[in-house]
Design a protein around this ligand. Sequence first.
Ligand SMILES: Cc1cc2nc3c(=O)[nH]c(=O)nc-3n(C[C@H](O)[C@H](O)[C@H](O)COP(=O)(O)O)c2cc1C
Ligand code: SF4
Length: 508
Amino acid sequence: MIIYVPCDSAALAVGADEVALAVQAEADRRGLAIELRRNSSRGLFWLEPLVEVVTPAGRIAFGPVAEEDVASLFDAAWGASHPLHLGRPEDMPFLQKQERLTFARMGITRPLSLADYEAHEGFAGLRKALQLSPAEVVQQVLDSGLRGRGGAAFPAGIKWKTVAAAQAAQKYIVCNADEGDSGTYSDRMTMEGDPFMLIEGMAIAAVATGATQGYVYIRSEYPHAVATMRSAIELATAAGFLGEQMLGSAHSFHLHVRMAAGAYVCGEETAMLESLEGKRGIVRAKPPLPALSGLFGKPTVINNVITLASVPIILARGAAFYRNYGVGRSHGTLPIQLAGNILHGGLVEKAFGVTLRELMYDFGGGSASGRPIKAVQVGGPLGAYVPESQWDIPLDYEAYAAVGAVVGHGGIVVHDDRANMARLARYAMEFCAIESCGKCTPCRIGSTRGVEVIDRIRDGENRPQQVQLLRDLCDTMVHGSLCAMGGMTPFPVLSALNHYPQDFGLPV
Ligand SMILES: Cc1cc2nc3c(=O)[nH]c(=O)nc-3n(C[C@H](O)[C@H](O)[C@H](O)COP(=O)(O)O)c2cc1C
Ligand code: SF4
């Protein structure tokens, strides 16, 4: 009998290791031979630890399983009579309605098994890339329409083309795994659950651009991701997928992990480069673009984990396959992360075009509190609060921009009707004041003044004048900040003010 217990840190946080030990102990006590496998999580977090047994009808899931449930699961012979029985994972509506391309292996394979990875299309993209010329690889990524999943949605292929065309003895691929946005975890899941996919994506980027060194910059709060990526790099190097002459080709690529120091601003790409170079994470002025003068002054591809992890399937199945998912100029799929006050928090990979209402109700099951949902922050702490009147807008970079919102890294944080939006607007300014790198005045000083002005509005001190002052301040921050930290902090502030004036003591 084969039993799967996830080893993703979301599962570990709710006792997956204890459940795994209990399963083995109970099997030993009963004299049953089992093979205990530690898989990645499928991203149905409200059901973790989600334990699966292999049967002739496929894998059957049970969850959420506690240590105390294990004996009764054996008593019931892991059958349908047990109250935690969920059936086949792929038949569960939460998974059935998804379009998993990047997350196709998630929950199915063992993260550090090269055999599992290769048995599920792993390294097909790299093998294909090695049959093409570097320019053809870049063209595939351009044709796929893949845009950066870290926040700015810049076309990945254009960045790669710039680095490929640059003349330099040394080029780098840097993966941004700082994942600082509130309610986001798709980068973490990828690194802990399917690390070879990210390695493969980075190796393809190296083939396309001529880079020979790469770094994965991982936030320090992700110790499991750091450990898994380090082990995966060792395994991939030993098996010839990385290192000198990858898979017998003329391309060499060496990959390293660097642990971040834990500042939100170090996710900004130029602050990240400073940090990688061993300096304090302060934003650099652009130009020069990192693609031309990046890490240690050399041409550098900087991409988010999900951007790079989307590349293997593009190469393996062709640009057109990927491009055909999505709407408008938003091609492919996005791993969306449901968080905050939501009943079924978890990872939903869907083609662009899905609506917030579908995500929150069809997938998320509504609020966890059972109360009406009031506001949703999409795209991290610098993203706008989206009111109900906008919940039917298709998730699409351009459609969101048209209403002053952002898709960002796909994080969705849900608030119920008890949320006070003036308090959340104050928090946005406070967050900026704490996390600002301090290089430019609109952000460094503006965020502190913003907290004070919102406090005066909340206290009812000369409200109309203070609201005008807040709007002027936001205008200065949007147009005068050096990077999006100060430039986007007004998004949550102004969306809260415009859509929920009553929370600021203003007439509706
Ligand atoms: C304050 C700030 C924080 C950011 N944090 C992240 C982050 O944690 N991860 C990330 O991939 N991009 C982050 N970005 C965006 C990066 O600057 C950059 O656009 C991205 O890494 C490029 O990769 P992509 O094109 O694949 O999205 C941040 C930007 C700003 C302004
Ligand atoms: S906007 Fe803020 S984080 Fe960005 S450079 Fe200016 S001070 Fe630094």
